[in-house]
Write a protein that binds this ligand. Sequence first.
Ligand SMILES: Cc1cc2nc3c(=O)[nH]c(=O)nc-3n(C[C@H](O)[C@H](O)[C@H](O)COP(=O)(O)OP(=O)(O)OC[C@H]3O[C@@H](n4cnc5c(N)ncnc54)[C@H](O)[C@@H]3O)c2cc1C
Length: 381
Amino acid sequence: MEFDWSEDDLQHRAEFQAFLREFLPADWEELSEGGPGSDVQAKFSRQFCHELAERGWLTQHWPSEYGGHDAPPWRHSIIGEECWAIGEPRGPQYMNVNWIGPAVMRFGSDQQKHDHLPPISRGEVLWCQGFSEPEAGSDLVALRTSALRDGDDYVINGSKIWTSYVNHADFIILLVRTDPKSTKHRGISVLLVPMDTPGIEVREIPSVVGERYFHEVFFTDVRVPTSVCLGPEHEGWGVVTYALQYERVGAARYARAALSLDRLAELARERGLLEDPLVVDRLAEARTLCEAARMLTYRVIDQRAHDLPPTTDTQIARVANTSADYRVGELAVEILGPEALEYGSFADANFRLAMTAGVAVGATEVQLNMIAARHLELPRE
Ligand SMILES: Cc1cc2nc3c(=O)[nH]c(=O)nc-3n(C[C@H](O)[C@H](O)[C@H](O)COP(=O)(O)OP(=O)(O)OC[C@H]3O[C@@H](n4cnc5c(N)ncnc54)[C@H](O)[C@@H]3O)c2cc1C
């Protein structure tokens, strides 16, 4: 097996790094501190993604019929690593290219593909994800937001919570119950809803993660045509599980964790802390976690490159990524002490993000449950 990047891939990375040096503003680090949901970053992401699209890099891994260049998923992972490591200049659009577009490709009608894929591949549109509800997080099938048929329309009522980036979104990919008598995984559908539809209200939830990161979204008699349903009506659970497999390894957390670790090691060196074997040992241990997360993520990308169906390797990679991220955040506090929690410092920004990583896209415990049941085939209680 060949573990090295090809010459072409190395050149692609070098070109992309040169583009970042040229295109990102000098104060990017400061600017990116508010996170992808901040006003300034959401605005910047439109410019940035447009530039990426112009160079054929934004959705290069998509088929050419949908605005891509038929590139292997490895090419897209190079862009993902470089972007995530420096604070994701694609803003919320990383979700579009990682999994919302692929879900539309896989389940969308011809009209939906025509309407949604070109604007995503041109970098013109922001999407958000409306899955979680106050009583339906880890247990997502407990969702209660309903979309009931009225002629050729659905009428949506209910609310979503923790919705990232919704304040800037043009569309929401929304999980609803379309069969009011249904329970659990049945009777659920996925709708592609324009955010300017009357009856949608957004309220911010202040948080430590970043500026304008979390929101509640309320739907009151929101009327949309039934043609916005993605995939078969009442069978949205298949759509959502497909999408989540992509989302779980979409963000190259190991890349950001490894970069933060380099900065931490440099600070430790400057302060003479590398004389302490315990510090060296901890830095090495964290580096190992980052490398393990990278390798386990590559395994999932390799499966995609070979068109193989998703496996629990996705959950394993996710847990490795969030563990590496968290360990680096924690280590910064151990090594730098209270200074690591100074607002605006790289260590603080990293720690705040790392704290939530093991909750977003399904809590770590839930991922571990899946690994135990499906991968290790341990008996369920
Ligand atoms: C940074 C971030 C961004 C997010 N963005 C979005 C978004 O854009 N759209 C969206 O829809 N949602 C979003 N979420 C919500 C996220 O999907 C939920 O927080 C997650 O699914 C957990 O649900 P919950 O918060 O209701 O926690 P709960 O389900 O109440 O779980 C709380 C804790 O209980 C434990 N637990 C729960 N169930 C089990 C179990 N079966 N076994 C063992 N332990 C268990 C876990 O420790 C878990 O952390 C985001 C969350 C975060 C942190």
